[in-house]
Design a protein around this ligand. Structure first.
Ligand code: ATP
Ligand code: MG
Length: 365
């Protein structure tokens, strides 16, 4: 699969831009603040209907304008698909072949993309919310149900938290309604957690191999799910997870009413990265963190390919110059000939050119 054509209208600093891409390597060269990241962000948004760097879609609309429009042609098994996403003050809507999609979860997945930027280093040492966001974005791309359940979960969680606050301040007394909400939330949590478990098992295996390849097998990487609800049954199924989440809600009930928030569930989960069984969050060096982040991205490419049968587009924002020659080679050899790649750079010096075959070069000004 690859993105053949892209059109931007009032997207960030672009008033209008229409361009075609190579199915192989595309390189955007330009000085600072020319729009290189904005362009990658547009490709990412066309794929996921979310930005990698902001949750506020109105930032994406060009200053002084009311709406932004992204359009593109994706080619998959020689079939071309027309994609479009429009953003305005009210929200966003998406079209496939000019047909408006009733839900964004029906749209996502037409184009898949993996973005790697220097901020991804924070995935290892940063806040748990970054790792949850990582899971949600990646698993949402390969499983529309994951996306659907996540959005339902967020809504019911909000409802439950509002109700907990009412119980806390004495405006409501009816615990039965709390039980109804908890039950609904536990059902949705089980759908999310079971998918996280499944995809993380694959992801961990791929990441371990990628890490070994990049580091010359110096250490062994493990990616471990760290759910906020302890999963103790011998055979973990959606049903068993549902019961464990519900039991956890019940156990924490007094605390939840006191604080007015739901204390456990997918919104409190985390991931752990272990290098030779030691927690990378505490011990990994800068270089090791970079290798972990890179291995994860490479693992995602494999996971998306395994689940969808297609390789995602790979977006590399300012990362080539951050990687030494060995890691650049490992990265480019890994992706060579498989995935459409977009690379941004301020100058061509930092890139090992002998590995990038026949790139299409764009100069941004
Ligand atoms: P660097 O090499 O520093 O990373 P870049 O080429 O990646 O630079 P971008 O992050 O793409 O630069 O930003 C380009 C410009 O777009 C910036 O000057 C920024 O202020 C501007 N910009 C960001 N959002 C908007 C917007 N909504 N409307 C208009 N311009 C915007
Ligand atoms: Mg940039």
């Amino acid at each position: 699969m690859y993105l053949k054509q892209l059109k931007l209208q009032n997207w960030r600093n672009f008033e209008e831009l229409e361009t075609g891409f190579s199915p192989n390597v595309n390189i955007f060269i330009g000085q600072n603040a020319q729009g290189k990241t904005n362009l990658l962000e547009a490709v990412y948004f066309l794929a996921l209907t979310r930005s990698h760097r902001t949750n506020s879609d109105k930032e994406l609309i060009r200053f002084g304008q009311k709406a932004a429009i992204l359009s593109g042609h994706v080619v998959k098994s020689q079939v071309e698909t027309d994609l479009q996403v429009r953003i305005n003050a009210k929200g966003k809507k998406a079209w496939i072949n000019r047909i408006e999609q009733s839900k964004l979860s029906r749209y996502v997945g037409q184009l898949t993309a993996i973005l790697f930027s220097p901020e991804d280093l924070a995935l290892v040492k940063g806040a748990p919310s970054l790792r949850r966001r990582f899971m949600d974005l990646e698993f949402g791309q390969i499983n529309p149900e994951y996306l659907y359940f996540s959005s339902q979960y967020r809504q019911v969680l909000q409802q439950k938290n509002n109700y907990l606050k009412q119980l806390a301040n004495g405006k409501s007394k009816d615990k039965v309604f709390l039980e109804v909400l908890s039950d609904q939330l536990a059902g949705l949590a089980a759908e999310i957690i079971s998918r996280r478990l499944k995809y993380l098992t694959y992801l961990s295996e791929y990441a371990k191999k990628a890490y070994a390849a990049i580091s010359n097998e110096k250490e062994q990487l493990e990616v471990v799910y760290n759910p906020s609800v302890p999963l103790t049954s011998e055979q973990i199924t959606s049903e068993s997870i549902y019961h464990e989440v519900l039991a956890c809600f019940k156990k924490n009930e007094a605390g939840e009413i006191r604080t007015g928030t739901t204390l456990s569930g997918p919104h409190r989960d985390d991931l752990k990265f272990l290098l030779d069984k030691k927690d990378a969050h505490l011990y990994a060096s800068q270089g090791q963190q970079r290798t972990i982040a890179l291995s994860l991205k490479l693992a995602e490419i494999q996971l998306i390919h395994q689940i969808t049968g297609e390789y995602p587009a790979l977006l590399l924002d300012d990362v080539m110059s951050e990687l030494d020659h060995t890691r650049q080679s490992a990265l480019l050899n890994y992706i060579h000939g498989k995935t459409q790649t977009f690379i941004t750079t301020t100058d061509l010096e930092g890139i090992s050119w002998e590995i990038v075959k026949k790139p299409k070069i764009f100069r941004l000004k």
